[in-house]
Design a protein around this ligand. Structure first.
Ligand code: SAH
Ligand code: SF4
Length: 374
């Protein structure tokens, strides 16, 4: 829990209280201060989060006092929705890329990916990114600003509500902080969003349903380890020598591989938990068998699974190409032979530029299915 509530500090964005920033006990304190019963709060919190910000519908269904909704909608100290408009684009692999225009400035993207037993929602944590990885389209935008917890939560509630399960409601889903931005650069707001998403009055996810991916900010990984409600940890490796990694991931100049390995070796894992290591495979940059050998060695130092992501090509990284022929398979086979656990991740949403590393502040042409003003 934060030490002070946003409405006490008086310093929240544009001095408004953003409802999606609040956990249910915080919402409870707020509506009690307006004279409403505590019991209304859990119900209100659940409706706001499950109806995906379709507030008129939530209002009708909730049977909560009209005055309470009226105050929420009309009090100019209260902001209900951080999103001003959104656009969706469907991919031929049935994932959907969303662009959310934010009232506080900028556009961020989220990707909805349906799988057989559960859906995965990939969300952004920043507008742009400060880390400047040379293979990543978001990195080419530079850093614009951190998102607030509510701006992250709103991506989840909206995408989830857009895709109800035809067989029934609710459907299991997980959330990955793998969209635009470096989540651990914005760790306080990311962890606040995790607290809201795991609140049992709302979407009620568990920390294991959520994963945070980092480029390797060592002090922030150590900070993450201190949170009891910490999500699963994913680390982007991309190269196995300091020379190569510093060239494509500038963060390595501040936190070289030896420090990162030591930090991951000491990271407190729960029972059966593993650290996921993402490795973007780029033709003639990091796809040799000697790279696989070094990666397998690194992966053996703590419980881990390596996720190989063949490079998703885009205009911001000319000359960085997906390995050709059977190079990806050979790399994978070598990892397995050396005793690593590994998977190959064929990114979803490539045709709508919604795959890993392709998220920038524009939408690709075509396939656009909706632009909704709120
Ligand atoms: N900033 C965090 C979270 C974003 S996740 C991080 O880097 O971990 C983005 C993931 O996509 C990372 O694992 C990154 O290595 C990978 N990635 C970035 N650009 C890519 C590209 N062009 N093709 C494939 N994967 C890419
Ligand atoms: Fe930022 Fe991650 Fe892209 Fe690197 S890969 S620029 S850390 S979003």
């Amino acid at each position: 829990m934060p030490e002070s509530y946003p409405w006490e500090s008086g310093t929240s964005r544009r001095n408004k209280l953003h409802v999606l920033d609040l956990t249910s006990p915080q919402l409870e304190d707020l509506i009690q201060s307006w004279g409403y019963r505590k019991s209304h709060s859990r119900k209100l919190f659940g409706f706001i989060h499950r109806y995906g910000m379709n507030l008129p519908l939530a209002f009708k269904a909730s049977q909560l006092p009209k005055g309470l909704w009226h105050r929420l909608f009309h009090d100019d100290q209260i902001a209900m929705d951080p999103v001003s408009a959104w656009t969706a684009e469907e991919s031929c692999d049935s994932s959907t890329k969303y662009a959310f225009e934010l009232k506080s400035g900028g556009t961020v993207e989220g990707v909805f990916m349906p799988f057989e037993h559960r859906n995965t929602l990939c969300i952004s944590s920043q507008v742009g990114c400060a880390m400047g990885c040379t293979f990543c389209a978001t990195g080419s935008m530079g850093f614009h600003r951190h998102l607030s917890a509510g701006e992250m939560v709103s991506q989840v509630v909206r995408m989830r509500a857009q895709h109800p399960d035809p067989k029934g409601w609710p459907r299991r889903f997980n959330v990955v902080f793998m969209g635009m931005g470096e989540p651990l650069h914005n760790i306080e707001q990311v962890m606040k969003a995790v607290d809201v998403l795991t609140d049992d009055a709302g979407l009620n996810l568990t920390a294991r349903d959520i994963a945070v991916s980092t480029s390797g900010l060592v002090p922030r990984i150590q900070q993450l380890a201190e949170y009891p409600n910490r999500p699963q940890l994913m680390v982007s490796i991309a190269a196995t020598t300091d020379k190569a990694r510093s060239q494509i991931m500038p963060v390595n100049r501040a936190y070289p591989l030896a420090e990162l390995r030591q930090c991951l070796g000491n990271y407190p894992l729960r029972k059966r938990e593993k650290i996921m290591l993402s490795y973007v495979l780029i033709s003639d940059v990091n796809d040799k068998l000697a790279d696989a050998d070094r990666l397998a060695e690194l992966a053996s130092e703590f419980p881990s699974v390596v996720n190989l992501i063949p490079m998703n090509e885009h205009e911001a990284s000319p000359g960085m190409l997906e390995p050709h022929g059977d190079r990806v398979q050979l790399f994978y086979d070598r990892l397995i032979q050396k005793g690593a656990f590994a998977t190959i991740r064929r990114s979803r949403g490539r045709d709508v530029a919604g795959a890993c590393g392709q998220l920038v502040q524009t939408l690709s042409k075509g396939n656009r299915i909706a632009r909704t003003h709120i």
